[in-house]
Design a binder for this molecule. Structure first.
Ligand code: P6P
Length: 340
C-alpha cells in the first residue's frame, strides 16, 4: 500500500507554532481555528452560489456605498457569528459595517484580540465566477475591560499579532502569518481540512508581473505613469517588458504575485488622492504578509504598517510586492516630486 506522505493540517501547524511561544495559552490558536471554520462555511456557499438563488444583490448598500451581494452579507454574518462564538475576539471592524461590532456579553468581552476584516473582497467578481477572498487582521486589544472599542482597532499595522487571507479560487487556500514566515494551506474539501501546501512562502527572485487598473491611467500621478513606461520597455536582462495581469480582486492579484513574482499597484489619483483600498482590512494585512514573505508595502513614500489609522474605513494608496519592485516605483514618484 502506498504510504501517503505525512500531511500537516492547519490545526497541527498552529499548535506546533504555539509551542514556540512559551507564554502562549492557545487563544490565538483558537482564534485562527475559528477563522478557518468560518472560511469553510463561506467556501461551501460560494461553491454552491451558481446553483442556488444566492447570486445577485440584496438591493442594500454597505457603508462604502457599494451594492451588497448576498454572499457579502452571508460571509459577514458567518465570520461575525464564528468569532463571537469563539470567545477569543472582543470586537470586529468589518468592511460591511460602519461602526465597530463590540462583543459585550460575559463570554466574548474577555477576548484578548480584535479583528479587522473584509469578509468577501472582490465581490463585484462573484457573478463572473472569478476568484474572491476574505482578508483579516488580528490585533491584541489595548483596552483593559468590556467589549472592544474603536481604540482597539485603530492600531498601526506594526502592532499586528497575525494577518492572512482566504482565497476562494480553483482551490480554497488560507494563507497567514503570525510574524514568523508566511504559510499556505489548501482545503481538502472531501474531509474539510486545511493542509499545509505552501510552506514558508517568499516572493521569487525573478519577478516580471505588474498589476494595476490601467483604465485609470490618465488620473495616475506622473511617477506611476513613468513606472508603467519602465515596465513596458524592452530589456530582457531585467525581465522586461513585464507581463500585465489584473483580476480586480486584491486577494487573487496579490496571491498570484506572491507565487509568480510581481507588484500590485493601486495609486491615489487626481480624483481620489487616497486611492481606493482600505488601510485597516486590505492594505495592512496584505502588507504584513508581504513583509514576512521578503517584500515591501508602501503608500508611495511611507511604510504601510507605520501609518497611524484615523478612521476604520480610511483609504491609502497601495504599492506591494518584491522590495526592489516597490522601491523602483517609489523612485519614480520621488523623481516626479510626488512622494511628499
Ligand atoms: P478597481 C475589490 O472591490 C477591490 O476592493 C479590491 O479587491 C481590488 O483590488 C480593487 O477593489 C479593484 O478596484 O477600481 O480596479 O475595480
Amino acid at each position: 500500500m502506498m504510504q501517503r506522505s505525512k500531511i500537516t493540517t492547519l490545526t497541527e501547524f498552529i499548535i506546533r507554532r504555539q509551542s514556540e511561544y512559551p507564554h502562549a495559552k492557545g487563544a490565538l490558536t483558537r482564534l485562527l481555528n475559528d477563522i478557518a471554520t468560518a472560511a469553510k462555511i463561506v467556501n461551501r456557499e460560494i461553491n454552491a452560489a451558481g446553483l442556488v438563488d444566492i447570486l445577485g444583490s440584496i438591493g442594500s448598500e454597505n457603508i462604502q456605498g457599494e451594492t451588497q451581494k448576498k454572499l457579502d452579507v452571508f460571509a459577514n454574518e458567518t465570520f461575525i457569528t464564528a468569532l463571537k462564538g469563539g470567545g477569543e475576539c472582543c470586537a470586529i471592524a468589518s468592511e460591511e459595517n460602519e461602526k465597530v461590532i463590540s462583543f459585550r456579553d460575559d463570554f466574548s468581552e474577555l477576548g484578548k484580540y480584535v479583528i479587522a476584516i473584509d469578509p468577501l473582497d472582490g465581490s463585484s467578481n462573484i457573478d463572473a465566477n472569478v476568484s474572491i477572498g476574505t482578508i483579516f487582521s488580528i490585533y491584541r486589544r489595548v483596552t483593559e475591560v468590556g467589549g472592544g472599542t474603536e481604540d482597539d482597532l485603530l492600531q498601526p499595522g506594526i502592532n499586528l499579532a497575525a494577518a492572512g487571507y482566504v482565497i476562494y479560487g480553483s482551490s480554497t487556500m488560507l494563507v497567514y502569518s503570525t510574524g514568523k514566515g508566511v504559510n499556505g494551506f489548501t482545503l481538502d474539501p472531501s474531509v474539510g481540512i486545511f493542509c499545509l501546501s505552501h510552506p514558508d512562502m517568499h516572493f521569487p527572485e525573478k519577478a516580471n508581473i505588474y498589476s494595476i487598473n490601467e483604465g485609470n491611467y490618465i488620473y495616475f500621478p506622473e511617477g506611476v505613469k513613468q513606472y508603467l513606461k519602465y515596465c513596458q520597455k524592452d530589456d530582457p536582462e531585467s525581465f522586461r517588458p513585464y507581463t500585465s495581469r489584473y483580476i480586480g480582486s486584491l486577494v487573487s492579484d496579490f496571491h498570484r504575485n506572491l507565487i509568480k513574482g510581481g507588484i500590485f499597484l493601486y495609486p491615489g489619483t487626481a480624483k481620489k488622492p487616497e486611492g481606493k483600498l482600505r488601510l485597516l482590512y486590505e492594505c495592512n494585512p496584505i502588507a504584513f504578509l508581504a513583509e514576512h514573505a521578503g517584500g515591501k508595502a508602501s503608500n508611495g513614500q511611507k511604510r504601510i504598517l507605520e501609518i497611524e489609522p484615523k478612521g476604520l474605513h480610511q483609504r491609502s494608496p497601495f504599492f506591494v510586492g518584491p522590495r526592489w519592485m516597490v522601491e523602483k516605483v517609489e523612485g519614480f514618484l520621488r523623481e516626479a516630486g510626488e512622494n511628499n
